[in-house]
Each structure stands twice: as C-alpha cells, then as structure tokens.
Design a binder for this molecule. Structure first.
Ligand SMILES: *[C@@H]1O[C@H](CO)[C@@H](O)[C@H](O)[C@H]1NC(C)=O
Ligand SMILES: *[C@@H]1O[C@H](CO)[C@@H](O)[C@H](O)[C@H]1NC(C)=O
Ligand SMILES: *[C@@H]1O[C@H](CO)[C@@H](O)[C@H](O)[C@H]1NC(C)=O
Ligand SMILES: *[C@@H]1O[C@H](CO)[C@@H](O)[C@H](O)[C@H]1NC(C)=O
Ligand SMILES: *[C@@H]1O[C@H](CO)[C@@H](O)[C@H](O)[C@H]1NC(C)=O
Ligand SMILES: *[C@@H]1O[C@H](CO)[C@@H](O)[C@H](O)[C@H]1NC(C)=O
Ligand SMILES: *[C@@H]1O[C@H](CO)[C@@H](O)[C@H](O)[C@H]1NC(C)=O
Ligand SMILES: *[C@@H]1O[C@H](CO)[C@@H](O)[C@H](O)[C@H]1NC(C)=O
Ligand SMILES: *[C@@H]1O[C@H](CO)[C@@H](O)[C@H](O)[C@H]1NC(C)=O
Ligand SMILES: *[C@@H]1O[C@H](CO)[C@@H](O)[C@H](O)[C@H]1NC(C)=O
Ligand SMILES: *[C@@H]1O[C@H](CO)[C@@H](O)[C@H](O)[C@H]1NC(C)=O
Ligand SMILES: CC(=O)N[C@H]1CO[C@H](CO)[C@@H](O)[C@@H]1O
Length: 672
C-alpha cells in the first residue's frame, strides 16, 4: 500500500439552477367561487399520491383555506387559476399525479429535491403555458416524455439526478424557447442528438454523468447563446467540433471523463475569450496547452489532467486574476530545456489560486523560489512524480493554507526545511521517494491536522522527534527506507488515531518497542521490519486488535511470542522471521485465519502445529529453527518429532529428572 501520489480532482457538475420564484402573492380571493374547480381537484389528486409529507406541507391544504393560499401554490391575479406549484426540498415521497396536466394555467412547476418516484407523467405535455419544469433530484424512472414537446414555452427543463433512461426524445426539437437543459446524473443513453443545435435559445446544457455516446454534434456550434456545456462522465468520442470554438459566449466547457481526442486549437483563448472553466480531464487529448489560454482573462479552472498533453508549458498565467485551479496531472509535459517550471513564476499574480496539480508529468528542474510567493490561498500543491531536483526552499512555509503537499517521486535533496511547521492546515504530506537528507524537523509537531505523512525512501537520519506525538489525527505514517536511528519516541506509539499504516521498516531503529504500542488500537498495518529492535515483543502489542498485517522480521527480538497474541484474531500476515525468538509456537495460532506466517530463522522449539493455516505448506515458513519438529509433511522443514534429540539440560531444569528416550512429543504433552 502507501500513498503513491496525491491527485487533485475538482468535482464539478453543472448544478441544477433551482429557481427562486417570487414570494407568494395572492390578490383578493372570493371564497364562494366554484369556477376554478378542476384546479382544486387536480391539486387534491396530486396530494393523494404523496405518501409521506414530513414537513406537513399539506396541513394547509384544507377546506377552510382557498387553494390559492395552500402552501406552495400560487395563483394568477386575474383568474383564480394555479400558475405556480413549488414544493421543492420538502421531503415528499410518492409519485406525481397525471392530473397536474389539468393545471392549464401553470407556468412554473418545481418539485425538485424530493423522493418522487415512478414515471414523469406525459400528461404534463398538456401544460402549454409551462415555462419552468424542475423535477431534479428525485427518483423518477422511465424515459423523458416526448409529450413535453407541447410545452412550447418551456425555457427551463430540469430533470437532473433521477434514474431516467432512454434517448433524448426527438420531439423536443420543438422547444424553441428552451434556455436551460439540465439532465445530468441520469442513465440517459444514445447520442447527443444533432437537433439540440436547433434549440437556439439554449444557454446551458448540463448532461454530465449519463451514458451518452458518439460524437459531440457540430450543430452545437449554432447555439450562439451557449454559455455552459457540461457533457462530462459519458462515453463521448471523436474530437471537439471546431464550430464550438466559435461560441464566444461560452464560459463553461466541461467534458471530463469521456473518450475525446485531438488538439486544443492554438487560438482557443482568443476565440473563447469568456472561458471560466475548461474541464477536459480524463480524455485522450494531445498536443500542447495553447499559449493563447493567457487571453482567457476570466479563466478560473483549467483542468486537463489524465490526457496526453506534451511539450513545454509556457503559458503566462500572470494576467488571469481569477485563476483558481491549474490541474495538468498525468500528462507528458516536458521541454528538455532549463527553467521548465518558470511558468510557476507567472502564477504569483493569480491571487485566487486554490490548487496546482502537476503530478505525473516529465517536468524537470529545480523548484523555483517563486513557489513561496504563490497565493497564500493555495490549498493543494501536487508536484509529485516528476523529475524535480535540488532543495526544498524554506519559502514553502509561506503557503500557510496548504491542505495537501505532494512532492513524492522526484529527486529532491537536502533537508526538509524547518518552516514546514508553518503549514498548520496540512492534512496530506508526502515527500516519499526522494533523496532528502538531514533530520526530520521537530516543527512537524506543529502540523496537528496531519492525516497522512509519508517520508519513505529518502536518506533522512537521526531520530524521530518526540513532537510527532502532537499529530494526534494521523492515520498513516511512513518513514521506511531511511537512515533513521535511535529508539523511536514513545509519543509516536501513543498516536491512537493511526489506523491505516505505521511503517518504520528498513532503518536503524534500536532499543525495545515501548509498551505504549498497545495504544494503536485501530491500526491495520504495522511494519517495524529490518531494523535493530531488540528485547521482548511487548505483550501490550496484542491490544492492537485491528492489526491485519504485522511485520517484525529482521530484528533482534527475543523471548517468546506473547501469549496475549491469542487475541489477534484478525491477523492475516504475520512475519517474525530472522529474530532471536524462542519458545514454542503457540497452539492458538492454528485457530487464526492467517494468509501467511513466517517464523523462519529464529530459535523456536517443539512441535509445529498441523491444523488451520499450518495445514497449508505455502502459507507457513518455519525453516531455520533447529529445534522444531513435526508439522505437515509438505512443510518439509522439520524432523518428525520422535527423531528430535531430547534436550537434557532443559528437561532437567523443568522436571528435575531425566527421562531417557521420551519423545519430544510426549515431553510436550507432559509439560502442558
Ligand atoms: C383532469 O381533466 C380531465 C378532463 O380534462 C378530467 O376528466 C379529469 O377528471 C381531471 N382530473 C382531475 C384529477 O381533476
Ligand atoms: C387549515 O390550514 C390553515 C393553515 O395551515 C390552518 O391555520 C387551519 O387551522 C387549517 N384548518 C383546518 C380546519 O384544519
Ligand atoms: C434538499 O432537501 C433536503 C431536505 O430534504 C435539504 O436538506 C437540502 O438542503 C436540499 N437541497 C437543496 C440543494 O436545496
Ligand atoms: C438531493 O437530495 C438529497 C436527499 O434528499 C439531498 O441530500 C441533496 O442535498 C439533494 N441535492 C440537491 C442538489 O438538491
Ligand atoms: C401526448 O401527446 C399526444 C399529442 O398531443 C396526445 O395525443 C396524447 O394524449 C398525449 N398523451 C398524454 C398522456 O397526455
Ligand atoms: C444504467 O444503464 C446501464 C446500462 O445502460 C445499466 O447497466 C445500469 O444498471 C443502469 N443503472 C441504473 C441506476 O438504472
Ligand atoms: C434543424 O434546423 C435545420 C435548419 O436550421 C433543419 O434543416 C432541420 O430539419 C432541423 N432539424 C429538426 C430535427 O427539426
Ligand atoms: C467561425 O466563425 C467565423 C466568422 O463567423 C466563420 O468564418 C468560421 O467559418 C467559423 N468557423 C467554424 C469552424 O464554424
Ligand atoms: C503581474 O501583474 C503585474 C501588474 O498587474 C504585471 O505588471 C506583471 O507583468 C504580471 N506578471 C506576470 C508574470 O504576468
Ligand atoms: C511551532 O509552534 C511553536 C509554538 O507552538 C512555535 O514556537 C514554533 O515557532 C512553531 N514552529 C514553526 C516552524 O512554525
Ligand atoms: C495456502 O496459502 C496460500 C498463500 O497464502 C494461498 O494462496 C492458498 O490459497 C492457500 N491454500 C489453501 C488451500 O488455503
Ligand atoms: C377557469 C375559471 O373558472 N376561472 C375563474 C376563476 O375565478 C375567477 C374569479 O371568480 C374568474 O374570474 C375566473 O374566470
């Protein structure tokens, strides 16, 4: 396991724009009017299909109140006819009555964010005055009714976050007034139909997270009012149609997680001057990031990770005052020229900067000093998996709002600057797989919010500062493969939050493990292997009852396996090999669901159990223990117990008598 890398993903779905109707205004209503009878009946029928009303909305839907005063109902001024029904976020459970199709004066229907089920009734197609239909965030199933095409005044169609299936019905081509089509997070399929390009009033299409496939139709280029296009997380292929780059009004272009390919045109920043969001992550785009991006002066988010972009990144970001996210992770950016990271200098001007993610590229060079002058608003800095070398400048301590700092898998050298202690918001911090040297600064004790801290595979030396005990939220700590030494402070073993992994392996740690280790009650993986630990295995270790992996091999542990280990029921892999452990293999181990157990090269004695994991020769390693006997024959390790020479001295010590000829087996029986 291990962190590998930190990777930023701004999750951006065009959210449903929920409409705020103006407050309920009802002009004089005569209580004796019976003329608007059908509206009342339709509302009552609607009510009858709602099976759960936790906010008691329908408490006001009673006989003594005119229906125009019922909660969520609004009538027109001239006729007492329902014009708006707005019952969003009301916790309603049930289905929608087709009778709503009788509310023929209705222009606004918002039932979003409830738990309405069943199909969307095609009777809604009779609402020819309807302008706003919002059913987003419910549990509707079935297809989008083609009958909605009769709602020719519709300007907002919100059906997002339901379980709708099927294609976008061809009949909808008649919705010539439609401005917003919000259908993301459904299970719609088929192609994005070319006729969408005929809906020339459209300014927003939000169709992400469906099963759409095929190409993005060229006809979308006819949508001269289009401001946002969200088609992410579908199965779209082909290239971005060139006519789309003519939509100078476009501010959001969100196409991440598809199978799109091709280049970004070199003049993209000029042809799309209003771009605020470009999200094309996880596609197959290639070529370079066009310099003209620097002309998109409103740009906030550039998210182009997980593609095949290459070449030098020479964009001058200096003029992009609103830039918040630059994410180009997992591409092939490089130039082979010095000063490859100088684009970072231009980011100093971007005072809204929030995240920089360049993980997994081929960037080569020193970390520029300008890093410390980036916006203090920066929360994410990911430069891992590149070819960066040189030292980490102390200026990094200026980025006081960093939540994630990843510099892993580079060739950085020199010490970890003391100033790291200023990054008090840091939660995830990795410097693993570099060439860092010197001591772990004690200022890390100031990073009290740390969750994951990975320093593995460096050349760090000295001891672990006891201040690490202040990091009481740590879930994971990896210090393996360094030159660390001394006895780890007991404060380390008292970080009871540690739950994922504590890895101290392949250092020069010595001394015994403190009894505090029993505080690690949530820890799943403990690795202290390949060190110089000595003394007995503390019996408190058995209090770490969540342990699944325990690696203690290649140390100088002595004594026997503590009997308290019998509580280690969840353990899957246990490696105690290459120590000086002695005594018998505890019988209770044969009741554990062990995947592997390595006891080899110790000084264990007596009989190898045969039951449980011991019945599987590939799971068990016991060789290099001269005094063991028995075990299943496939183990092929030990003499049969009757052949084991009896150790006279020991028997004397225990029994005070010598029983010549007694087999070790019966000896053991006698002893128990
Ligand atoms: C809806 O209107 C139709 C006629 O247009 C009528 O038959 C039906 O009863 C009405 N339903 C309700 C619930 O008002
Ligand atoms: C009808 O609803 C109104 C508003 O909630 C309430 O004040 C009134 O008491 C209700 N009348 C009856 C008979 O339930
Ligand atoms: C959706 O409804 C729930 C209550 O059912 C509410 O807590 C939540 O804020 C609503 N969401 C929106 C976006 O209005
Ligand atoms: C969708 O509904 C769920 C459950 O009621 C709620 O938690 C969530 O906030 C809603 N989301 C929106 C965008 O309304
Ligand atoms: C759907 O629309 C067609 C054409 O206007 C109409 O004949 C049909 O009755 C509608 N279906 C419903 C259930 O309203
Ligand atoms: C969505 O559709 C796919 C196939 O198109 C199907 O496998 C999947 O179960 C559907 N999911 C839901 C939530 O309906
Ligand atoms: C879309 O508009 C074009 C002309 O602009 C027209 O030829 C075509 O038939 C229309 N498509 C549909 C499905 O109506
Ligand atoms: C973009 O618009 C210009 C001017 O209106 C036009 O000449 C050009 O052909 C258009 N390009 C595309 C790809 O539609
Ligand atoms: C940063 O902004 C200043 C003033 O707004 C400008 O003079 C300078 O050129 C900008 N720096 C970069 C690298 O664009
Ligand atoms: C760490 O915190 C202590 C006080 O809690 C402070 O004196 C010290 O300067 C801090 N170190 C760093 C590097 O921020
Ligand atoms: C024996 O142990 C090996 C290694 O853990 C495992 O792959 C294998 O499935 C086990 N065989 C049986 C029969 O449990
Ligand atoms: C359809 C209908 O009957 N509408 C009537 C509702 O009530 C008002 C006020 O009495 C009338 O003006 C509408 O004609």
């Amino acid at each position: 396991m291990g962190l590998g890398f930190f990777h930023f993903q701004a999750l951006f779905l065009l959210s449903a724009i929920l409409l705020n109707f103006t407050p309920l205004r009802i002009t004089s209503v005569s209580a004796t009017t019976f003329s608007n009878f059908t509206d009342r009946l339709a509302l009552l029928d609607f009510k009858s299909k709602i099976i759960h009303d936790p906010q008691n909305i329908f408490g006001s839907w009673n006989d003594s109140l005119h229906f125009c005063r019922w909660q969520g109902v609004r009538c027109g001024c001239r006729h007492e006819r329902v014009t708006v029904l707005k019952l969003d976020s009301s916790g309603l459970v049930g289905s929608i009555s087709p009778a709503l199709g009788n509310l023929s004066f209705l222009w606004g229907l918002d039932l979003s964010n409830n738990t309405l089920q069943g199909k969307i009734p095609d009777g809604l197609g009779r609402l020819f005055r309807l302008q706003i239909l919002v059913l987003s965030n419910n549990s509707f199933v079935g297809e989008i009714p083609g009958n909605l095409s009769h709602c020719s005044k519709l300007d907002y169609l919100g059906l997002a976050s339901n379980n709708l299936v099927g294609k976008i019905p061809a009949e909808l081509v008649s919705l010539s007034k439609l401005e917003k089509l919000v259908i993301h997070k459904n299970n719609l399929s088929g192609a994005i139909p070319p006729f969408i390009g005929n809906l020339t009033s459209l300014n927003s299409i939000s169709a992400a997270a469906n099963n759409f496939q095929g190409r993005i139709p060229d006809t979308l280029g006819q949508l001269k009012n289009l401001e946002s296009l969200g088609l992410g997380t579908n199965f779209l292929s082909g290239t971005i149609p060139l006519p789309l780059y003519n939509l100078s009004t476009l501010s959001i272009l969100s196409l991440s997680e598809n199978q799109l390919q091709g280049y970004l045109p070199s003049d993209i920043g000029l042809s799309l001057p209003n771009l605020q969001y470009i999200q094309i992550r996880a596609n197959q785009f290639s070529g370079s990031i066009p310099l003209s991006i620097s002309n998109s002066s409103n740009l906030q988010v550039l998210e182009a990770g997980d593609n095949s972009f290459s070449g030098k990144l020479s964009v001058n970001f200096g003029g992009l005052k609103h830039l918040a996210v630059v994410s180009l992770s997992f591409n092939k950016m490089e130039s082979g020229e010095p000063g490859e990271l100088s684009f970072l200098d231009s980011l100093i001007n971007c005072t809204s900067l929030y995240a920089i993610d360049l993980v997994g590229n081929h960037f080569e060079g020193m970390l520029p000093n300008s890093l410390g002058n980036l916006s203090t608003g920066l929360t994410f800095l990911g430069l891992g998996q590149n070819q960066l070398f040189g030292g980490i400048h102390s200026g990094i301590g200026n980025l006081i709002n960093l939540n994630t700092l990843g510099l892993e898998f580079n060739q950085l050298s020199g010490p970890i600057p003391l100033e790291i202690g200023k990054l008090r918001m840091l939660q995830r911090f990795s410097l693993s797989y570099n060439r860092l040297s010197g001591h772990i600064p004690s200022s890390i004790g100031n990073l009290t919010l740390l969750l994951e801290f990975d320093l593995q595979r460096n050349q760090l030396q000295g001891t672990i500062p006891s201040s690490i005990g202040n990091c009481q939220k740590l879930l994971l700590l990896h210090l393996s493969r360094n030159n660390l030494s001394g006895n780890p402070p007991k404060e380390l073993f008292a970080i009871s939050s540690l739950s994922i992994s504590l890895d101290l392996s392949q250092n020069y740690f010595n001394g015994s493990l403190p009894s505090e280790i029993g505080s690690l009650k949530s820890l799943a993986k403990l690795n202290v292997s390949y060190n110089e630990f000595s003394g007995e295995i503390p019996s408190t270790l058995a209090s770490c009852t969540s342990l699944e992996y325990l690696y203690m091999q290649h140390n100088f542990f002595q004594g026997s396996i503590p009997s308290s280990f019998s509580t280690f029921r969840g353990i899957q892999k246990l490696d105690l090999s290459h120590n000086n452990l002695s005594g018998q293999i505890p019988k209770f181990l044969d009741t554990f669901a062990l995947l592997t157990l390595n006891l080899s090269f110790n000084d264990f004695e007596g009989e190898v159990p045969t039951k449980g994991a011991f019945g599987n020769a590939t799971a068990i390693l016991v060789d290099g223990n001269k005094k063991l006997c028995g075990g299943i024959s496939e183990l092929n390790c030990c003499v049969i117990c009757s052949a084991l020479p009896v150790e006279k001295e020991k028997k004397r010590a225990i029994f005070g008598i010598v029983i010549e000829g007694t087999t070790a087996k019966s000896f053991l029986r006698n002893a128990s």
